[in-house]
Design a protein around this ligand. Structure first.
Ligand SMILES: *Cc1c(COP(=O)(O)O)cnc(C)c1O
Length: 403
């Protein structure tokens, strides 16, 4: 099973809905979801889809139909989740540096809440005491992920409460009588080495000993998916086996069962997504052949923001002679998607596709250069459906006040 959309399918979608176009294959999401649930079936485990990767409400509904829960990082994501049909208890709200008012709003909505600073723990404890169980986000200071920019576990990270502050945490919890039902950590993205998760689990075990009302340990995410041909995804099957051994052992010590929670984003929705663009201009300079496409970092910013690699293919001329191109966007800012990429010969008006565009693609798009955001299309039950209209000129004026 690979659940890859074919060139013909992507060309058909582009001719029906225009370009630039985001296309999501729900069958790939289902495949990834099932792989995770199978890998962790030996121990009670809950998956919370980290929806900041892709929040289209139809994608949220699809994940809900699979049995997923939802991880949210803003109160608006929480509200989108509720709108998509998730029950409050199926939502985990993991904010960072938000005002207490936003946390109070989350309490009123009845969702699970993750607290990530001592100051907020104190405020929350003084206000709610033991009346609203919460989870604490710990920073275990485990370096994780191939990319420093998306690592959250390092010593200077703004995320979580340092493991070295455990005595302070315990003091605040005791004095304010907080009910701690879970411990959380999320050390970064694209973690290949499963030992990072196992080390992190050991750290959570050591913190868990300070609390006797725990119901779950949340290991966040960071599951890697392949972006390049030679990339491997995180070995979740052996992670599942090792985790099962470790947690069973710890439960004996702890004296009560503990669920494991995960918050996969990229793993569930990266590979389901395609960004289809049009080659506007082929421009030969003294040193390079540029392909200028009708997109830019206003639609897909990962290559420029994180130096991420996205595989690109010419789907209009898949058997053409291979040549070397530099693929750039059409906005007035340096927006190079890829240098020196081998593509089948690109002619004007050929369609190119960016793979792995489901996670942090549309979601990080903007209206820079007063360009419009692409449409989004979902492939489900053998059919393409429009799930977000392409923006129109009036969208740029919406909300502006003439005076
Ligand atoms: C972003 C985020 C995730 C998801 O990370 P991926 O690398 O997309 O899997 C999970 N948990 C939290 C708290 C996050 O901020």
């Amino acid at each position: 099973m690979n659940n890859k959309l074919s060139n013909e399918q992507l060309i058909a979608a582009a001719s029906a809905f225009g370009t630039p176009l985001y296309v999501y294959n729900t069958e790939k999401i289902t495949e990834q979801y099932n792989k995770l649930t199978n890998a962790f079936s030996a121990h009670p485990t809950k998956l919370f889809y980290a929806c900041k990767a892709l929040t289209n409400i139809n994608i949220l509904k699809h994940l809900k139909s699979l049995g997923s829960n939802l991880d949210c990082v803003s109160i608006n994501e929480v509200k989108l989740g509720l709108k998509a049909g998730f029950a409050p208890k199926e939502i985990l709200y993991t904010p960072n540096c938000v005002a207490f008012d936003e946390i109070k709003e989350a309490v009123n909505l009845g969702v699970n809440i993750n607290i990530d600073s001592i100051a907020m723990l104190e405020l929350f404890g003084n206000f709610y005491g033991d009346s609203y169980p919460i989870c604490i986000r710990i920073n275990p200071h485990i370096e994780a992920g191939g990319n420093y920019k998306i690592s959250t576990g390092h010593i200077d990270s703004k995320f979580g409460i340092s493991i070295h502050q455990i005595r302070h945490i315990v003091r605040v919890v005791k004095t304010t009588k907080l009910h701690i039902q879970g411990l959380h950590m999320h050390t970064g993205s694209e973690i290949k080495d499963i030992n990072v998760f196992l080390q992190a689990l050991e750290v959570l075990f050591s913190v868990a000993e300070h609390f006797d009302q725990l119901e779950f340990l949340d290991l966040g995410s960071g599951f890697k998916v392949p972006y390049k041909e030679e990339d491997r995804e995180t070995d979740i099957v052996s992670l599942g086996q090792k985790l099962n051994v470790a947690i069973k052992e710890f439960e004996k010590e702890y004296g009560k069962p503990l669920e494991i929670w995960f918050e996969p984003g990229k793993y569930l929705v990266s590979e389901c997504g395609y960004l289809v663009v049009n080659a506007n201009v082929i421009k030969q300079t003294t040193a390079t052949v540029f392909v200028g496409v009708n997109s830019g970092f206003n639609h897909l910013i990962r290559p420029m923001f994180y130096d991420s690699y996205h595989k690109i293919a010419n789907i209009s001329n898949a058997t053409g002679a291979e040549r070397i191109y530099t693929v750039v966007g059409n906005i007035c800012e340096t927006d190079t998607f890829a240098w020196d990429r081998v593509l089948n010969e690109v002619r004007e008006d050929d369609l190119l596709v960016f793979y792995n565009a489901g996670a942090y693609g549309f979601e990080m798009s903007s209206n820079f250069n007063s360009r419009l955001k692409p449409a989004e299309v979902m492939f489900k039950d053998g059919q393409f459906s429009l799930i977000r209209e392409r923006q129109v000129f009036d969208d740029l004026l919406a909300g502006q006040v003439a005076c």
